[in-house]
Design a protein around this ligand. Sequence first.
Ligand code: AHG
Ligand code: MN
Ligand code: MN
Ligand code: MN
Length: 327
Amino acid sequence: SVNTFTHPLGITVDRFIVQNQHECPEATGELTQVLRDIVLASKIISREINRAGLSGIEGLTDEENVHGEKQRMLDVIAGVRFTRALVSGRQVAAILSEEREGIIDTGNKHAKYVVIIDPLDGSSNIDVNISVGTIFSVYKRISKHGEDFSIEDFLQPGTNQVAAGYVLYGSSTMLVYTTGNGVDGFTYEPSLGEYFLSHPNIVQPEYGDYYSINEKNQESFPDAIREFLARCKKDNMSTRYVGSLVCDFHRNIMKGGVYLYPPTSAYSDGKLRLLYECNALAMISEQANGLATNGNHRILEICPTWHRQRVPFYAGSKSLIEKIRDH
Ligand code: AHG
Ligand code: MN
Ligand code: MN
Ligand code: MN
C-alpha cells in the first residue's frame, strides 16, 4: 500500500518562525523578518530552478567569480533575489555573497544583522538537472548600529551565528534551519506557495553507512583521511556523492553518514569555504547531534582571517567524525 503523507499541511514555516520568536524573551522580531526574507527569496529561486531547462538560465555567463569558478546565470539570479529580499526586509545591514567580490551594502544602517550566503551551491550541476542548494548564515553585527558595517562583521567565528540553514532544491524543495535550538525541516508546497513543517527536530543518526567524498586526489589526502577511507571500505559502507554539497550533506544528516572534503594537491586547505559553506552546515550538524571539524578542531571555533578562507571539512554522524579526530 502507498504510504500516505504523514505530515498534515498544518504548520507553515511562517507560523513556526513567529511561534519560536514568542518563546524567546529577548527576540524582537528582526530575526523573524530576516528568516522570512530568506524564505521568500528561496521560493522565487525554486521556481526559477524548476524552469531552468526551458528558460536557458542554466547556462554559463562570460564571467568568472572571485573564486576563479565559472559563473552561471542562475548563480547571478539567485544572488540578486536574495539581495533584493534582504534589502526590502530592512533587517540586514550588509550581505557577503559567494558570487560577489565586495560586501553588499543594503542601505539599512540601523539593522542589527548581517548575512553570509552561498546563493546557489552545486551550480555546476544545474545544466544536467541535478539538485542544487542555498546556504546561509545570520550574525549580529559587531559594528555599531547606525554606523557603517565593516569586514569584521563577517569575520566572526561560526559559534556567533544566530541562525543558519540551507535550502535544497531537490525532488521537493526543502528548507532546513536552526536558531540554536535544534534543527527543523520544511517542505515546499508549490501550488500553495508555502513551506510546511515536515521534519521537526531533525536528529542525525550517531552511526551511518554512507560516506561522501570526491576521491579524485586521494593520493594527496592526509594519512588520517586515507586510513579513514580504508576503514569505511572495510566496514562495507556505501559511497554517495552528487557534487552538490547541500545534497550530499542532507543525505548524511537524514540517513547517517559522513561528508569529507580534505586538503588536496589542488586545494591545500580543501575546496570548501568557511564563511559561505562550512559554518552554516557545521551549526546544523552540531544542532542535529552530529559533529563538524577540520580534522583537529570544531569548524565553529575557527576565527576567520579573511572572507574567502577555505578549510578541510568533515561533517556527519558523531561516531564517524570521532574516528577522524582520533588520529
Ligand atoms: P558552488 O557551486 O557554490 O561553487 O560550490 C561547489 C562546491 C560544492 O557544492 C561541492 O560539493 C563541491 O564544490 C564539489 O567539488 P568537487 O567538484 O571538487 O567534488
Ligand atoms: Mn561557486
Ligand atoms: Mn557552494
Ligand atoms: Mn555557489
